[in-house]
Every structure is written in C-alpha cells, then in structure tokens.
Design a protein around this ligand. Structure first.
Ligand SMILES: Nc1ncnc2c1ncn2[C@@H]1O[C@H](COP(=O)(O)OP(=O)(O)OP(=O)(O)O)[C@@H](O)[C@H]1O
Length: 408
C-alpha cells in the first residue's frame, strides 16, 4: 500500500468576530481585549488515503468539507496537527480559484500548470489536449473574466484533469457544466483512477459518491462521524439526512432533481434542439392504479436515445412512500441487464411478480443515467403511482414471510 495523504489530528480554528470593526480593534489594540470567539471548523481529524483510492467526502453545509480540502491543498494551514501529501496534486476547489481574471484562458493554463509544478515545456506539450478538452472555442484567447461559469468549469476541469496528477481533488465542481461535459469529466476521472491517481471528491450528490468512490468519510460539525467503504457510509449519511436535513440542504436536493410530475409526452421521437439532452424518458405506464398485496405490477418505460450510442446507460425504477421513504430501487446496471443504448426509441418492462407491500399509496420514480449511474440524463419523480387495498390481514409496510410455532 502506498500512502498518498496522511492527515493527523487536524484542528482548524477560525476567529469569529461579531462585527467587522472588532477585527480592526483587535489588530490595533493587540494586547488588550479579545474581540473574537474561536470556532473549530475541524476538530481532531485523522485519516489516511492510499494510492488509487477514490475518497468521497460527505457532510451537510458547514460541516468542514471545503476547509479540509483547503488544508490538504495547502491553501490554508492547520491550527494544529499535521498533513503529509505525497505526489503532485491538482485541485478544483472553487470555480475560478487559481485563475487570474485578467489573463486569457491560455495564459491561465500556464499559470495553473506552473502552480502544479510543471515545467513550461511540459505545459506546451499538454496545451492542445487541455484546449481540446475544454472546448470553449475562441474564448481560450479571451480574458477569463468574460467567461460564463460553465466556461470556467470547463477550463478548470480541463487543466486539473490533464496534467497527470498523482492526486486529484474535486470540490462540487462537477455540478456546473453541461451533461455532455460532466460525462467527459467522469470518463477522464475513471481513466485517472484506473491508472492509479488518488481522488478526493466532495459532492452533495451521494449517489455519485457511492458509484464513483471506493471509500468515503462523513464529516459532522468538524469531526469524523464515520469513515469506510463508500456504499456503507453513504447509506449511513442518507439515513441521517432523511431526519436531520436543514431547509438549505433540502433546497439543494430539490435543485438536483427537477421533478416533472405525471408529464404527458410526445408519442413520436423528436430530436430536441438542446444538445445537452442526450436521452429522455418519453413514457411510463403502469398496469393499474389499484392493486392487492401479491398482485403482479408491471411498469413499462419508453425512452429515446439521441446519441449514436451512450455507453454505460442504465435505467432505475424506484419505489417510494408518499413521505418519500425509499422502499426499493433496483437498476439495470447493478443487475447486469444490457439496456439498449443506441440512437432510437426503446421500451423496457419492469415486473414485480408478487408485490409484498401492504395497504397504502406508493409512487414510482424512473431515472436514466450513464456511467454506472454517475451522471443523470433524465429523471421523472413520482411519474406513476398506485394504491394497495386489501381486506385486513396484516399490518405494516411490507408482508414478510414468516411462521408461527406454538412452543408451550
Ligand atoms: N474564513 C472563515 N472564517 C470563519 N469561519 C469560517 C471561515 N471559513 C469557513 N468557516 C466556517 O467553518 C465551517 C466549515 O465551513 P466549510 O466551508 O469548510 O464547510 P463545508 O462543509 O465545505 O460547507 P458547504 O457544503 O456549504 O461548502 C462553517 O461553519 C463556516 O461558516
């Protein structure tokens, strides 16, 4: 095992001032009164990352994720503790960080390359690859202050990803940029991961962490709540968030999933004008609105693929209660079903032969993803629903097979 990052008992204390003037008072009257409160954004963090690990960093807003990444990249220094980094690191922390707004895109590629530790000649060799990857046309010779956030994202990613880093650090940035570009980035990140690059990845999209990372750490109020195998940690975190998410977190989640409820869509395949739409769910049908426990439920999903082919396309069908309790959500990738992924219209039938749910109302979400579920191509929340009505025969959410035995 090759240790790439070692974080030992890190504490990061920020000084919090009630009013801006307090900071000034404290600096001009240094030996007098203390005008600030100490706030530990991180408190006693220790972990190690080995070569080839992809570590997802989870935590609600303000839990200390960005602070941790800034400490690892050296943008900030810890108040106490030690961080050892072994290898060349490239990072996308905040979009535009590390860019000089007055420089052109091309000049900023040099600036970033030099900061990462490349020689000018090495940057020259990589320059065309980076420009091709960013794909922002003639803007590459414009000052970056005129860029849109999408262009920024493209350039920042193109640089960070194409400089052969030993360690790549990505903070949320994937959320910016269009689907096509996200897919390109994920492909490249997978390639880096396969070649042994160590990756640290902060994302509010827990599914991305589950699918892309092998390990994850959950930060809560500046301490490690859990660390380990990514799917386990994501499950723990999601469980916690279900009952403890703030409005802030919820609004982020709502942004993530554009829900289009019970939408009726065209019957003929129409190619969308928007080049970011690569595939779309066009129809979802269910074989009834009212069932009894153990009835067969069939959901037919029709979708269009607008690309010649979408590698790694997957379809997921998820069952929810009206309170958005997640009951069950298989997908074609996990179950090794080869989903048609070439240009044209396709139709898939999902069958639950004996639905074990007890009385109540249930909803179904349908999602199309690519790259083993990392990039969402289309998502229909609560697109169909049904009710289960029975004569009274049991209680609870699901019927679990069981036996009774009278022992005495
Ligand atoms: N420069 C600073 N001065 C004072 N407090 C700060 C400073 N930077 C961050 N903090 C505080 O430290 C805590 C951790 O912040 P941090 O940005 O690391 O959280 P985060 O998990 O990345 O949050 P988000 O998901 O919203 O980006 C927060 O309470 C934040 O308000």
């Amino acid at each position: 095992m090759n240790l790439m990052i070692e974080v030992k008992d890190i504490v990061k204390t920020y000084k919090l001032y009630k009013k801006p003037i307090d900071r000034l008072k404290e600096s001009v009257l240094p030996m007098k009164k203390k005008y600030h409160e100490d706030f530990n954004a991180l408190n006693g963090i220790s972990f190690e990352i080995n070569k080839g690990d992809a570590l997802g960093i989870l935590g609600r807003n303000g839990s200390g994720k960005s602070t941790l990444l800034k400490l690892i990249t050296g943008v900030l220094s810890p108040t106490s503790g030690e961080i050892k980094v072994n290898g060349r690191m490239s990072a996308i922390l905040e979009l535009g960080a590390g860019f000089n707004p007055e420089y052109t895109g091309r000049e900023n590629i040099y600036l970033n390359g030099l900061m990462i530790g490349l020689q000018r000649a090495e940057i020259d060799i990589k320059m065309n690859g980076i420009i091709d990857f960013a794909d922002i046309g003639s803007f590459i010779d414009q000052p970056v202050k005129v860029y849109s956030s999408g262009m920024f994202a493209r350039l920042a990613f193109a640089v960070a990803i194409n400089v052969d880093p030993d360690i790549l650090i990505v903070d949320e940035a994937l959320a910016v940029g269009d689907v096509r570009f996200q897919m390109k980035c994920i492909e490249k990140m997978k390639e880096l991961k396969a070649n042994g690059t160590t990756i640290l990845f902060v994302s509010h999209a827990t599914e991305q962490v589950k699918r892309f990372c092998n390990r994850a750490v959950w930060l809560k109020d500046g301490v490690i709540e859990a660390i380990g195998e990514s799917s386990e940690i994501v499950d723990l975190y999601e469980d916690y968030m279900k009952y403890n998410s703030s409005e802030d977190d919820q609004s982020r989640d709502a942004e993530k999933v554009e829900s289009e409820i019970n939408e009726e869509i065209e019957t003929d395949m129409i190619f969308p004008n928007n080049p970011n739409i690569l595939s779309m769910i066009t129809k979802v049908n269910i074989n009834g609105k009212k069932f009894k426990t153990f009835d067969q439920v069939e959901v037919e999903v029709e979708y269009d693929v607008y690309e010649k082919v979408i590698s790694g396309l997957l379809l997921g069908v998820a069952l929810y209660t009206p309170d958005r309790e997640y009951i069950f959500g298989p997908n074609t990738h996990l179950e090794k079903i080869e989903l048609p992924n070439t240009r044209g219209r396709h139709k898939v039938k999902y069958t639950i032969p004996r639905l074990p749910l007890l009385g109540g109302t249930y909803n179904i979400d349908v999602g199309l993803f690519n790259n083993e579920g990392i990039v969402c191509l289309d998502y229909k929340q609560e697109i169909v629903g049904f009710t289960i009505v029975n004569k009274y025969f049991s209680e609870g959410l699901v019927y679990i097979n069981h036996e009774w035995e009278i022992l005495q």
